[in-house]
Design a protein around this ligand. Structure first.
Ligand SMILES: CC(=O)SCCNC(=O)CCNC(=O)[C@H](O)C(C)(C)COP(=O)(O)OP(=O)(O)OC[C@H]1O[C@@H](n2cnc3c(N)ncnc32)[C@H](O)[C@@H]1OP(=O)(O)O
Length: 410
């Protein structure tokens, strides 16, 4: 790789058309006019970096300003996105230059202790200090084989609707559920329009998206966003129910919604590609193997400011540990940090004593949402135990009672 001589610029609002068309080419899809406008509304030009070769746009990387759920709370997080380099300019160091500049800007602004992204390929971002912070299950089951427990008399009732018409209900339920969900990002009105955007060109021949809402004793307490696609063969119907998200604040709502989604007439298959690793559905159905769940990566987190990030989350057990951190891109993070925390508070300060554990900053990203095991990282040779017993003492603290999960891809 050579170092690119091309300068990095900050975008202006009017660059959106060109950025999105260029990224459409790089991701090999046509730009849908409806999505183009919805995404314009969430585009933050002042946070977008561009590289031009002459007048031609050849690279971009950007960030959205959002809040990310973490164990015990939420933190401002740079949601990194719109990353691409033209095939004519690949492997000349443009991504590296943009990542360095972006991380430096996020760090120096001191507003966001972490950055988060979805990776198109898992091997791109570790070199920039991003760690696989959450995973998801891609569920592609055969619904005909699945049964849920029978409904109880107090299970409430279900209503179908158009998602856009029910946005206030969805937002209320999501906001209530989000308080306890590491990995979920805040959604304002612009983000709800993005999540509920439903251009025909992206439906893959399925119906428009619909919502099923559950009404419990105190009103709407759960919803499921889904679409269906008809399919037949010589043996009869074998349609698909494709689920985008199920969010519920009561277990009765969760059960009732899934009972409907798994039993829509003329469907036989389920696709639910962003299920949580600890998705209750796997504990509800009578034959979990038929869900054919496959584990893949979801959110990648980059700890940008070590003391601020470690103090911003809560810990499952009390912890008092000194970690020796190395960070090649942001040297301010390199050093020994003492983390003292628990379920109510956390502090992280420069340490004077010897370190208990040593790792690079990428490991802290992996641990940040509570989804990776400290011992697993040590077994992989990526965390070093410098004081015997430190792993067993600190390991449980970094976990959380819910696995991190991730909703919309941004
Ligand atoms: C958050 C998001 O938006 S995710 C979307 C990411 N974008 C895409 O996947 C679109 C298609 N791909 C691309 O546009 C480009 O290939 C990019 C952006 C992934 C990489 O851009 P480049 O400018 O080529 O990367 P750069 O030259 O800085 O490479 C840095 C190093 O990473 C490696 N690398 C970069 N991309 C990849 C990849 N996709 N697979 C494996 N290695 C990679 C390079 O080989 C290089 O390694 P080296 O230092 O050992 O030589």
């Amino acid at each position: 790789m050579t170092t690119s001589p091309l300068p990095i610029q900050t975008a202006r609002a009017e660059d959106w058309d060109e950025i999105n068309r260029t990224l459409g080419q790089l991701f090999h899809h046509a730009v849908d006019p409806e999505s183009h406008e919805i995404e314009r509304a969430i585009f933050e030009p002042e946070r977008a970096l561009l590289v031009r070769d002459g007048t031609e746009l050849v690279a971009s990387a950007a960030a959205y300003t959002r809040e990310l759920g973490v164990p015990g709370g939420a933190v401002p997080a740079a949601h990194v996105t719109l990353v691409g380099v033209a095939p004519t300019h690949r492997r000349q160091g443009l991504l590296t230059a943009m990542m360095r500049r972006q991380l430096r800007e996020i760090h120096d602004a001191r507003r966001e202790p972490v950055a988060v992204l979805w990776a198109s390929e898992g091997r791109i971002y570790p070199r920039f200090g991003y760690g696989m912070a959450s995973q998801r299950l891609q569920v592609t089951g055969e619904t005909i084989e699945l049964r849920l427990p029978a409904p109880t008399p107090d299970e409430g009732r279900l209503r179908l609707g158009r998602p856009a018409d029910r946005q206030p209900d969805l937002a209320r339920v999501y906001e209530q559920a989000r308080a306890n969900r590491p990995g979920w990002s805040a959604r304002d009105d612009r983000w709800w329009r993005y999540v509920l955007g439903d251009p025909e060109s992206q439906r893959g021949g399925a119906t428009e998206r619909r919502v099923v809402l559950h009404e419990g004793p105190d009103g709407v307490d759960g919803y499921g966003l889904f679409r269906t696609k008809g399919e037949w063969d010589g043996a009869g119907p074998k349609g698909l129910t494709s689920v985008d998200e199920v969010v519920a604040t009561s277990d009765a709502a969760y059960r009732a919604i899934w009972r409907m989604l798994l039993s829509i007439d003329l469907t036989r298959q389920l696709s639910f590609l962003r299920a949580a690793v600890d998705e209750p559905l796997l504990r509800l159905v009578n034959e979990p193997r038929r869900l054919a769940a496959r584990l893949v990566d979801a959110l990648w987190v980059r700890v940008v400011d070590v003391p601020a990030a470690l103090a911003a989350r809560r810990y499952a057990t009390d912890v008092d540990v000194v970690i020796e951190v190395t960070d090649d891109l942001l040297p301010e993070n390199t050093g020994r940090w003492r983390l003292q925390g628990g379920s109510k508070t956390a502090h992280c300060t420069p340490a004077t004593g010897p370190a208990d554990l040593a790792c690079d900053v990428r490991c802290l990203g992996e641990l940040f949402l509570g989804g990776a095991g400290l011992t697993a990282l040590a077994d992989a040779g990526r965390v070093r135990e410098l004081r015997p017993g430190a792993l067993a003492a600190a390991g449980p603290a970094f976990t959380w009672h819910r696995a991190p999960s991730a909703m919309e891809i941004f």
